[in-house]
Design a protein around this ligand. Structure first.
Ligand SMILES: Cc1cc2nc3c(=O)[nH]c(=O)nc-3n(C[C@H](O)[C@H](O)[C@H](O)COP(=O)(O)OP(=O)(O)OC[C@H]3O[C@@H](n4cnc5c(N)ncnc54)[C@H](O)[C@@H]3O)c2cc1C
Length: 464
């Protein structure tokens, strides 16, 4: 296809699409509603700290973010998480209990740490011990082709209520900010669903693959993930980037598209929509109401709050070894009336280069109802709320040298039960619309590597 292309939305998926178009020498316009590119990807540098306001890393198993970083000349900036310190805690009441070593999500790769862990009751340990012996029964109960169920139902079948409620729920909430009773097992846990189908027992499947020591899981850039965005943006012709220009409508005109932005209407031969699903739904409605309804999905909000302590201030701080903690949201008050932090990363221990030596950087994350309730609070109030909760869990904390708060409303789309079927239908309707591509975290994964791949592939598919 020849001609001009509009990219609507300048998060990582839209920027990746625009970057690929620029590499191919194509004429395009990138519309971004806000004053900056990157969307949820944003890094702030302050007093020697590198603070990620959104994502902090990518998972190593998917190559596309790493490949992009190398292509952008950032190879020396790529760094793995400090896995000698890999240990995650779960909040129980107001204390931190270490997750047993060797867990792959809620599945133990090793027996001894699990069985000696105080985190689970003997009933939960018994459920774990029985799971491999139930392989045939579990294989028979595995999802049929095309069928789906909630993550809660899937995990419960293998390990019972306690593991589902106290481990799987906070683990998934820490990633999706969502409710495992609604999230799709097939869309979110495809690997485990496949293991169940092939072997029945998840434990046997994980343990048969786990003989090699697990390499570090998370990869990032020393200088912050914003460098990926900046690296791509540097290749975009300035005239092609329209910051502060929200698109309010799209329309078919003959074989092409009409895009309405702040500066008026413009014609394009193709469009790539890279906006969050609630915006994409509005844009698509006049074009194809069925596509719009397929894009409609629940999304939860996130509030990220970082507290930074310089080396002098952090001298008396004793942060437990490890990457951080997850806090289950049970609906019950947590004892001090403070909202639960879904997750908190001990950033200076996970990625030690992100704080000056001896400094401490804590990064918490509110989701769900707590994030919604914080929409009306000032940044200082939110930082003070997080400070109180963290002081309760980690021991008294001094006043931070600085804090930073970011609101990401409706930023975490929830892949509900039946998601893959809906996406298959959406993809076939998309193919029927000449010169239309949908990219972003609503469709086939929320992680950065996947979004880089999608953005670039969408551009390539339009330039063939
Ligand atoms: C707190 C948090 C932590 C996360 N941590 C990780 C992590 O560690 N690793 C990981 O891989 N993933 C992580 N994720 C997920 C990942 O960050 C996101 O899925 C990803 O950044 C989304 O990119 P996107 O391009 O789909 O959308 P967005 O980043 O949401 O970008 C969409 C863009 O569209 C623009 N826009 C909206 N409306 C319009 C309009 N009408 N016209 C023009 N532009 C418009 C917006 O301003 C925005 O810039 C995290 C997400 C959150 C919220």
């Amino acid at each position: 296809m020849s001609g001009r292309i509009a990219v609507i939305g300048g998060g990582i998926s839209g920027v990746a699409a625009a970057y690929e178009l620029a590499l191919q020498g194509r004429e395009f316009v990138l519309y971004e509603a806000s004053a900056r590119l990157g969307g949820i990807v944003e890094t702030v540098h302050h007093e020697g700290f590198v603070v990620e306001c959104g994502p902090d890393s990518w998972v190593k198993e998917k190559p596309w973010a790493r490949e992009l970083a190398i292509e952008l000349g950032l190879e020396d900036d790529i760094i793995a998480s400090n896995d000698t310190a890999r240990l995650t805690y779960l909040v129980r009441g107001n204390t931190l209990a270490a997750m047993p070593e060797g867990m792959r999500m809620m599945v133990p790769a090793k027996w001894e740490p699990l069985l000696s862990s105080p985190l689970f009751s003997w009933q939960a340990k018994l459920a774990y011990l029985r799971e491999p012996k139930r392989a045939e029964e579990l294989k028979a109960a595995a999802l049929a082709d095309g069928a789906d169920e909630s993550i809660a139902d899937f995990v419960r079948r293998h390990f019972g209520d306690e593991v589902t409620d106290t481990l799987a729920a906070p683990l998934l909430a820490g990633i999706f900010g969502g409710d495992i009773a609604k999230l799709s097992a097939r869309a979110v846990m495809a690997g485990f669903v496949k293991m169940e189908r092939e072997q029945g027992s998840l434990i046997s499947a994980v343990q048969s693959r786990a003989s090699a020591p697990q390499a570090s899981v998370f990869t990032t850039l020393k200088g912050g993930l914003q460098r990926l965005i900046d690296g791509m943006a540097a290749k975009l012709p300035a005239m092609s980037v329209r910051l502060g220009e929200a698109v309010s409508g799209i329309e078919r005109r003959g074989a092409g598209w009409q895009v309405t932005g702040l500066s008026g209407e413009e014609s394009f031969d193709a469009i790539i929509i890279a906006t969050p699903p609630h915006i994409t739904k509005k844009l698509l409605k006049p074009v194809d109401a069925r596509m719009a309804s397929l894009v409609e999905m629940d999304a939860t909000s996130a509030v990220v709050v970082a507290l930074a302590f310089t080396p002098e201030n952090a001298q008396k701080l004793r942060i437990p070894r490890g990457f951080g903690f997850l806090e289950p949201v049970s609906g019950k008050p947590n004892g001090d009336g403070e909202p639960a932090l879904l997750a908190c990363t001990f950033v200076h221990q996970k990625f030690s280069h992100r704080a000056p030596a001896g400094g401490v950087l804590l990064r918490g994350f509110y989701g769900g109802e707590a994030a919604g309730a914080m929409a009306g609070l000032s940044d200082d109030q939110i930082a003070a709320t997080a400070h109180r909760r963290l002081s309760r869990l980690l021991g008294p904390l001094p006043t931070p040298d600085f804090s930073l708060v970011r609101h990401w409303p409706l930023s975490l789309p929830q892949y509900g039960v039946g998601h893959l079927e809906r996406m298959a239908e959406l993809a076939s309707l998309e193919r029927a619309q000449q010169g239309l591509r949908l990219v972003g975290n609503a469709y086939h994964g929320v992680g950065l590597p996947e979004l880089v791949r999608q953005g670039r592939d969408s551009a390539r598919s339009l330039t063939r």
